[in-house]
Ligand binder design. Structure first.
Ligand SMILES: [Zn+2]
Length: 382
């Protein structure tokens, strides 16, 4: 039990929710600690062992933060994310996210209202019923579980890669929050945005490792992957699962963010549209970098198919979404995104040494991308 965290939560106006009897939370934490066991054992804090606790705050938002406290590190999840994500995945699968399902006369669309442009998503709906076909319920449940792991991994990156400690040198708390609040205080700017980009890339790579289940070989300290059959199914299906997890989060963030993505002013997070595009870029990059084989054509096909199915099932689920600007519709977005990525790469190189001193373990992405030692002749660096 972390007295320091309970005190901080009280100070920030949150109540810690006792999650000991909640199967959803227990399952998510079990998976999280299982998947990150090696990393957490290898990590250190102030020369001692690294201890990461996860707490759930009794609040209906979809939000999370990571904080470095004197004796331990904490990931805080807001309680609202569990029912919201579970409902969303059930709804998307019911509404035709996968070719085998879809709306018909005897399978009407699932719909629930979210107050768009509001920080509070979680207060206005009940849990949707389980899906009639066990296969669909299983898909929805896998997607839900994967999305929770995406959020947990993103928060762990904020701790493990030194982001929180870096922030603690610039603000009162060594805390990075996904949605700002006056009490928490924020650090914004290109450096902060770059940290969020790093956390997204790290979490996407972690999801890929979960769904692809590769054989991992370490070559000069860098992991190389051989793809084999995965319990998650064929590779294109596995990639679709990862894309939906990331797109769902990006879509929710976009409901709460009406900013113009062409505005170059630095922010706290990359624009939600850019976070969605990072899913595509990072999947393509990780597959090439880790396996030495290009998979771009397949990734592009899966991306296009997933975007179509995601857009239509989302629109059915949230009819209000029709009033929102179309998600990622502007073809010019790719140029703006590419230019922003150059800013992140430059900022990352400038921050690298400082982050390297406060990181908890492992290796950060290098300041300047380098070829993989297992595939030195390939034209991919990471
Ligand atoms: Zn973050």
């Amino acid at each position: 039990m972390s007295e320091a965290f309970f005190e901080l939560a009280r100070e920030l106006g949150f109540e810690v929710w006792p999650h000991d009897d909640d199967d959803d939370v227990i399952t998510a934490l079990h998976r999280f600690y299982g998947a990150n066991q090696a990393r957490l054992q290898d990590g250190s804090k102030n020369g001692g062992d690294m201890v990461v606790d996860v707490f759930v705050l009794d609040h209906p938002d979809l939000n999370a933060f990571a904080v470095s406290l004197p004796d331990e590190d904490v990931i805080a999840l807001f309680k609202g994310m569990f029912p919201l994500l579970k409902n969303t995945m059930r709804g998307l699968v019911n509404n035709g996210l996968f070719a085998s399902g879809g709306i018909s006369d005897d399978n009407p669309p699932f719909q629930f209202a979210i107050p768009a442009r509001s920080a509070v998503y979680g207060h206005s709906y009940n849990e949707l019923p389980k899906l009639a076909k066990p296969k669909h319920e299983e898909l929805a449940s896998d997607l839900y579980g994967l999305t929770v792991q995406y959020i947990l991994s993103h928060e762990l990156a904020h701790i493990y890669n030194g982001h929180c400690d870096w922030a603690g040198q610039r603000q009162r708390l060594a805390l990075i929050s996904e949605m700002s609040s006056e009490k928490i205080g924020v650090h914004s700017g290109l450096e902060r945005e770059t940290l969020e980009w790093d956390a997204d890339c790290w979490a996407i790579q972690h999801l890929l490792q979960i769904v692809l289940h590769p054989d991992v070989q370490i070559v000069d300290g860098i992991s190389a992957w051989s793809l084999k059959e995965s319990p998650w199914g064929p590779i294109d299906h596995a990639l679709k699962m990862v894309l939906v997890a990331v797109l769902t989060c990006a879509r929710f963030w976009s409901l709460n963010d009406s900013s113009d993505y062409t505005d170059p002013t630095p922010r706290e997070h990359p624009h939600p549209y850019f976070r969605a595009l990072t899913a595509f870029g990072q999947i393509d990059h990780v597959l090439y970098f880790r396996t030495g084989q290009k998979h771009t054509q397949m990734v592009a096909r899966v991306w296009n198919e997933t975007m179509d199915a995601f857009a239509s099932s989302w629109m059915e689920l949230f009819p209000e979404a029709a009033k929102e600007p179309a998600f990622l519709a502007d073809p010019a977005i790719h140029d703006v995104y590419t230019s922003r990525l150059k800013d992140y790469a430059r900022t990352w190189a400038a921050m690298h040494d400082e982050l390297d001193r406060v990181k908890r373990g492992g290796r950060l992405a290098p300041a300047i991308p380098k070829p993989h030692p297992a595939y030195p002749a390939r034209d991919v660096s990471g």
